[in-house]
Design a protein around this ligand. Structure first.
Ligand SMILES: Nc1ncnc2c1ncn2[C@@H]1O[C@H](COP(=O)(O)OP(=O)(O)OP(=O)(O)O)[C@@H](O)[C@H]1O
Ligand SMILES: Nc1ncnc2c1ncn2[C@@H]1O[C@H](COP(=O)(O)OP(=O)(O)OP(=O)(O)O)[C@@H](O)[C@H]1O
Ligand SMILES: [Mg+2]
Ligand SMILES: [Mg+2]
Lengths: 223, 223
């Protein structure tokens, strides 16, 4: 499903070059469940941004379902993201003027799902994430962990084919974190390809396949 | 040093009342080391915001070094914060147009420390937080964990009398997290009062005194 071949991504700041991704080669089959761990700054979020079509590599090829993504125009990439990819961002990126409910509902609205079909799906998601009592709150009226759960809800409401979760439990207590992991793993059992970046060793070890990154490179890749 | 007496804080949204803090009584001696744990949404950040003079309670009294803080004007509160309190925010709140170095340096600038005295202190802090190579990066050119470390550096550079850290290791790998904890505990050993909100049980158990919050109340307070 996913083929990264000799992917590199370098940020240039003045005369300093940061090799955020350094010759990364990785094949991921549809329905896989991978964790990505590694030191702060090792390139995990950058890897997810490339996989999620949010960022283009400077070198190498990213083939997604056989298509070379570098040949896609920006509107095509945006459309592919909307239709196939769910992304839980490390810093959430919620829409500040929309409530928890409206943030989670947004992908359904963009996909043209009619209002009467949206409500039950959003209500169920709010319930699964223990956010029902906070549905009308704006992001700045939510706790850190509540915002994180809204970000998760928005990423998964469309049951996207590829789910990229960047530190999805970092601001959650053990119970809320366990509820989220249960939800993500259910989606994987239904066939969704799941990548979880995490600093939580216990969570990382739940994945069927564990990737470790160091300095922009894949240091180990095993089961 | 710190006396919270029957502190309550309620957020009103339309006709819904959220009791973020519900009759909280707590005494903290100078130099104490406390952890605050509890479910997502239980009031931990709100407690820190009240302690840090960022938010006023609706009921009860907050005495700080004998002064009833409700009698302070906003400029007096701002000055007290600047001179005595260091705050690591759950969402960092870095200044986006300032580099890592400049963000960390900011409290020294506000305190009128001369440039030639600032540089060695900032350099040492960058080194302790493994940020030397990222000193000139802007926040959007940093990884999540790097931003978290900048937020920590800024909070501690003035060695404030009271240090409030809201989930300071949430986006850090185990090594960076351990380095930060070492740094915070060193400051406590030098006499700084340290409160750490965390979802990390291992970190929470390092504190001499452990507070657990549930639904805006202190559920347990023990050593
Ligand atoms: N826009 C940018 N300009 C320059 N350097 C950048 C930029 N974005 C990221 N970097 C650098 O690239 C490296 C990889 O960043 P990335 O965000 O992928 O790390 P990470 O593994 O997700 O870290 P963390 O665990 O702290 O979230 C970091 O060292 C970071 O400073
Ligand atoms: N401005 C606000 N308006 C309404 N409700 C609010 C506001 N700010 C916070 N709340 C609510 O108050 C409660 C306590 O929030 P707080 O941020 O203190 O929780 P927390 O314990 O820090 O949670 P987390 O572990 O998720 O960070 C939450 O249920 C939250 O939804
Ligand atoms: Mg990251
Ligand atoms: Mg909080």
């Amino acid at each position: 499903m996913i083929q990264l071949e000799h992917i590199s991504k370098t940020f240039l700041l003045g005369d300093q070059a940061v090799h955020a991704l350094d010759d990364v080669t990785l094949t991921i089959a549809s329905g896989d469940y991978l964790s990505v761990m590694g030191p702060s700054g090792s390139g995990k979020s950058t890897l997810l941004n490339v996989l999620g079509l949010l960022d283009q590599p400077d070198d190498g090829h990213y083939r997604l379902e056989g298509t070379d993504t570098t040949t896609l125009s920006e509107p095509e990439r945006a459309r592919y993201r909307r239709e196939h990819i769910g992304f839980v961002f490390q810093s959430y990126h919620l829409v500040n003027r929309l409530s928890a409910r409206e943030n989670i509902e947004l992908p359904l609205v963009l996909a043209g799902v009619p209002p009467k079909d949206r409500a039950p799906r959003v209500n169920e998601m709010l319930e699964r994430l223990s956010l029902t009592d906070r549905a009308t709150h704006l992001p700045n009226q939510l706790s850190g962990g509540q915002r994180q759960r809204v970000a998760i809800g928005r990423a998964i409401i469309m049951k996207p084919q590829l789910l990229l979760a960047d530190e999805p439990t970092g601001n959650l207590d053990s119970k809320s974190g366990a509820d989220v992991v249960t939800l993500l793993e259910e989606l994987n059992q239904q066939g969704i390809t799941l990548l979880v970046v995490t600093h939580d060793l216990a969570l990382g070890q739940r994945a069927r396949r564990r990737i470790r990154m160091v300095d922009g490179r894949i240091d180990s890749d095993g089961t």
